[in-house]
Design a binder for this molecule. Structure first.
Ligand code: NI
Length: 204
């Protein structure tokens, strides 16, 4: 269903951008956030995307590890870099246990975020961070599955744009099932506190 293009005003939860979305997603940011907050629909699911080395990666490649899944874009001025730094710090604080956690950065701007672009970007944060891109359709599908809102927002000048998006860090269990999300601004210490007990649980 097509909805009005203007994004909902939800303050800190979204990157601030001044215009209306050009290609509006099926559901508004507010609807998507409501679904997540109240656990109204399943979160996550299978994907097949291309990593920063050009290899196809699927969700099943990461079985046996917890997944920290983050959706964003490399041209994001502040929210994405801040959250990716928090993810990197979380891995550092986990020490050797971090081997059993897989951080994933899935772009919601596949037009600009090619594998080559991701190869320049993800190592800035952490050597184990895997960047994933794909076709516009594949990205929309995985974002919908994770209840991620994103919409392109054109700038006034020539052809440039930013992308409005919800910024949650999803925690998935060793079998790829959804455990919960960390809201934007969650500290690395808090993430470690939640992740450590999960790592201590015996594998199913
Ligand atoms: Ni961002």
């Amino acid at each position: 269903m097509f909805r009005a293009a203007c994004r909902a005003s939800i303050g800190l939860w979204l990157m601030l951008a001044p215009a209306c979305a050009a290609d509006a997603p099926a559901r508004s940011a507010a609807e998507v956030m409501d679904i997540l907050m109240w656990n109204r629909e399943p979160v996550g699911g299978p994907f097949a995307l291309t990593d920063q080395t050009g290899q196809i990666r699927t969700d099943s490649d990461f079985r046996g590890r917890l997944m920290l899944v983050y959706f964003g874009f490399t041209y994001c001025p502040d929210v994405c870099p801040t959250d990716l730094q928090a993810i990197a710090l979380t891995l550092d604080k986990l020490g050797r246990d971090a081997d059993r956690v897989q951080p994933l950065f899935i772009t919601i701007d596949p037009e600009r975020d090619t594998s080559a672009r991701l190869a320049e970007y993800v190592p800035l944060f952490h050597p184990r961070l895997v960047g994933l891109t794909g076709s516009a359709e594949a990205i929309r599908k995985v974002a919908d599955a994770y209840k991620v809102y994103y919409a392109k927002v054109p700038f006034k000048d020539a052809g440039d744009y930013t992308v409005d998006h919800t910024a949650y860090i999803y925690l998935m269990d060793r079998d790829g099932n959804y455990l919960g999300f960390f809201p934007p601004g969650t500290s690395a210490d808090r993430m470690v506190e939640i992740i450590r007990p999960r790592l201590a649980e015996p594998a199913q």
